[in-house]
Design a protein around this ligand. Structure first.
Ligand code: ADP
Ligand code: MG
Length: 256
């Protein structure tokens, strides 16, 4: 597990400055929510941390080691998207196994797009099968391993996406509005399960949401972002009771 340092990150898309000097240190095993209105730069920041996008300036470090320029696959971070991003033609077990299969490939080798699969030795295959089973059981989808994503509910699909994130034992989890496609009841349930996962794994989480209530209930700290800047990053109670900016108070709904 790992601490993350985000150091003076800027990002431009053409003329548009989407991130302006974003600095944030996240401790090992901390749960930090990143909140702010749509378009403020949350996903862009997460993608830069994950290595899916290059910053225009600044540095990202994981456990003190600069990773700027390092490929996403080498950063040992797991990202979970709102859209789940599962492979429709693969089973649940095969979807969860994808990161482990990727890891077992040698440099330059490509993963065959269509399964049946599991390259490498018999031992390696047994190891992957066991890891997939463990992750699936932790998320209570152990009975669904042979199904295809099309045969699952939205909540079950999101668990498969979480399983795929979990299976590689990442240094940190980056979640981008993972619950926003779920209905209200399922959202509350899955929110509790993510919080439980955080406690069990003792892992570092960055959790992007535009839902203040979600952030207030789950986080060690909340970073409030607006127009490409982090206005404040503090515990939920400080953010709520002592916002340092009128825009923070308005967004969180503080009595100020
Ligand atoms: P959020 O996740 O907070 O809703 P985003 O990080 O997705 O915000 O987007 C921040 C801003 O950057 C938006 O104005 C968006 O239109 C812009 N943006 C994001 N990705 C690109 C891109 N690839 N090219 C141009 N503009 C982009
Ligand atoms: Mg977004």
């Amino acid at each position: 597990m790992a601490g993350l340092s985000i150091n003076s990150i800027t990002k431009r898309f053409g003329e548009t400055e989407v991130l302006r000097d974003v600095t944030l240190d996240i401790a090992d095993a901390e749960f930090v929510s990143l909140v702010g209105p749509s378009g403020c730069g949350k996903s862009t920041l997460l993608r830069i941390i994950a290595g899916l996008e290059d910053p225009t300036g600044g540095e990202i470090a994981i456990d003190g080691e600069a990773v700027t320029g390092m490929r996403a696959a080498d950063r040992n971070l797991s990202m979970v998207f709102q859209s789940y991003a599962l492979y429709p033609h693969l089973t649940v077990a095969e979807n969860i196994a994808v990161p482990l299969r990727m890891r077992s490939l040698s440099a330059g080798q490509r993963l065959p797009v269509i399964g049946p699969f599991l390259p490498g030795s018999k031992d390696k295959r047994a190891e992957i099968t066991a890891a997939v089973k463990d992750a699936a059981e932790m998320l209570e989808i152990g009975a669904l391993l042979d199904r295809k994503p099309g045969q699952l509910s939205g909540g079950q699909r999101q668990r498969v996406a979480l399983g795929r994130a979990l299976v590689r034992s990442p240094a940190a989890f980056l979640l981008d509005e993972p619950l926003s496609n779920l209905d209200a009841k399922l959202r509350v349930q899955t929110r509790a399960e993510i919080a439980q996962l955080h406690r069990r794994l003792n892992a570092t989480f960055i959790y992007v949401t535009h839902d203040q209530v979600e952030a207030m209930t789950m986080s060690d700290r909340i970073a409030v972002m607006m127009d490409g800047e982090i206005l404040q990053c503090d515990s939920p109670s400080i953010i709520y009771e002592d916002p340092n900016d009128i825009r923070v108070a308005e967004f969180i709904g503080s009595p100020k």
